[in-house]
Design a binder for this molecule. Structure first.
Ligand code: GTP
Ligand code: IMP
Ligand code: MG
Length: 420
């Protein structure tokens, strides 16, 4: 099984970290191809929690980890994660020279631009992701190859610093809170430390695939945070959908054996933007608390709602999942009744796929099918051992989406997983 892609099918935080960790055992390479430290993956091994923002979750399996060209990398954050992992896990790391570096002004611009947007604010993670990708497109970005080469870094810093200083002042009436000299010293040290990881991920992954090795592509965020296909402008600035492995890593189109869609058994969203099946009140509170639905990166309470099949049908079209991993089924345990949104009403019309325009999505009302609740109790090791109502819930999803649910996750630990 040479290529495995793990993709969030909803708004992120579906539990990709756990699935990558589980299946990573069989992988030769684990590759991050988009996003940055806006992501927060939590992996629980033998009761110990590990949180990653940038490092591929394969690190704790001692894998060769790759950070590919499509990633926005904050070297301060990477250094912290490496310091936590070193000595505990025997992984190796390679970072592509083309990776864009998140600089201090990106964090400042993220904060000031959110403030300036007022009611239209996106609710970003504040990690500088948008401004960093904007600079990539503007060609004022600094790449990893430049960070690790002192003379080139100085040259780029000279060219970019004054532009950013002027932008912060002129557009946002805000100052640069750090001097060019301070940045130079701090980032030179980071560059020196990280230089050992420089390597062409595009070449490494292509070679590995040609040799029949198993490569796992670890998605970050979710389908509806995609900059083009998500709920724009309430999206992130990268492409979390499956097709972006080709441009994010740099290899030509080829068949991909497994595209695993991670589907949370209900829906959550952090930040602003439409959420058709959103719940409020006691029920939302219960699900949020049972599922510990607080952001891994920012600690914000996640908005919660019922599972949305309209959203998932379109996610299936955008990603072409070969299978689904259904996570957090245990969180629904104990509820008397569970609902699934099967279609939307848009004015008088019935809608079964997501409208392309956010204006229409805002007007959509959910149509629900009710399911009897279930209780997950005792040691559950196979699908057959699940209560009848839980099986019905899972089987309804796979029938509606026409994709097999091959993994059912019933807790954060590795052992709390049912394979089918
Ligand atoms: P992003 O890249 O930020 O989108 O995150 P992610 O998809 O890796 O998910 P994240 O780790 O942010 O959130 C999932 C949370 O649910 C973590 O705390 C996991 O430990 C936990 N988790 C994963 N699977 C299950 C499960 O089946 N049941 C329960 N109760 N928790 C789970
Ligand atoms: P940004 O990526 O920080 O610019 O944030 C843009 C939007 O994407 C906000 O709504 C964030 O809450 C959301 N977002 C970004 N990364 C994640 C993630 O990993 N999980 C869930 N939401 C995310
Ligand atoms: Mg997360």
């Amino acid at each position: 099984m040479p290529s495995i892609v793990v993709i969030g099918s909803q708004y992120g935080d579906e539990g990709k970290g756990k699935v990558v960790d589980l299946l990573g055992e069989k992988a030769d390479l684990v590759v991050r191809f988009s996003g940055g430290n806006n992501a927060g993956h939590t992996v629980v091994v033998k009761g110990v929690k590990y949180k990653f923002h940038l490092m591929p979750s394969g690190a704790i399996q001692g894998k060769r980890c790759c950070i590919a060209a499509g990633v926005a990398l904050d070297p301060r954050v990477l250094k912290q994660e490496l310091d936590q992992l070193k000595g505990k896990f025997e992984f190796s790391l390679v970072i592509d020279p083309r990776v864009q570096i998140i600089m201090p002004w990106h964090n400042m611009l993220d904060a000031t631009s959110e403030e300036a947007k007022g009611k239209q604010r996106i609710g970003t993670t504040g990690r500088g992701i948008g401004p960093c990708y904007a600079d990539r497109a503007d060609r004022t970005g600094i790449r990893f190859a430049e960070l690790v080469d002192e003379a080139r870094f100085m040259e780029r810093l000279d060219a970019v610093f004054s532009i950013k200083e002027k932008t912060l002042k002129a557009v946002y009436n805000s100052g640069m809170q750090i001097s060019k000299d301070e940045i130079f010293r701090e980032y030179r040290a980071l560059g020196r430390e990280l230089k050992q990881y420089l390597g062409d991920v595009s070449v490494e992954v292509t070679d590995a695939l040609s040799q029949g090795k198993t490569v796992m592509f670890e998605g970050a965020q979710g389908t509806y945070l995609d900059i083009d296909f998500g709920t724009y402008p309430f999206v992130t600035s990268s492409h979390p959908i499956s097709g972006s492995i080709f441009t994010g890593v740099g290899f030509g189109l080829r068949p991909i054996e497994r595209v695993i869609g991670i589907v949370k058994a209900y829906t959550t969203r952090v930040g602003g933007g439409p959420f058709v099946t959103e719940l409020e009140g006691d029920l939302a509170h219960t699900i949020r608390e049972q599922g510990a639905e607080y952001g891994t990166t920012t600690g914000r309470p996640r908005r919660v709602g019922w599972l949305d099949l309209v959203l998932l049908r379109t996610a299936q079209r955008l990603n072409n999942f070969t299978e689904i991993a259904l996570t957090k089924l245990d969180v629904l345990s104990g509820l008397d009744e569970i609902e699934i949104c099967t279609e939307y009403k848009l004015n008088r019309e019935t809608v079964r796929e997501r409208p392309a325009d956010i204006k229409d999505i805002m007007k959509c009302r959910p149509v629900y099918k009710k399911f009897r609740g279930f209780k997950l109790e005792g040691k559950l090791e196979s699908f057959d051992q699940l209560p009848k109502e839980a099986k019905e819930y899972v089987q309804f999803i796979e029938k509606e989406l026409n994709v097999p649910v091959k993994i059912v996750s019933i807790g954060p630990g590795r052992e709390e997983t049912i394979f089918r």
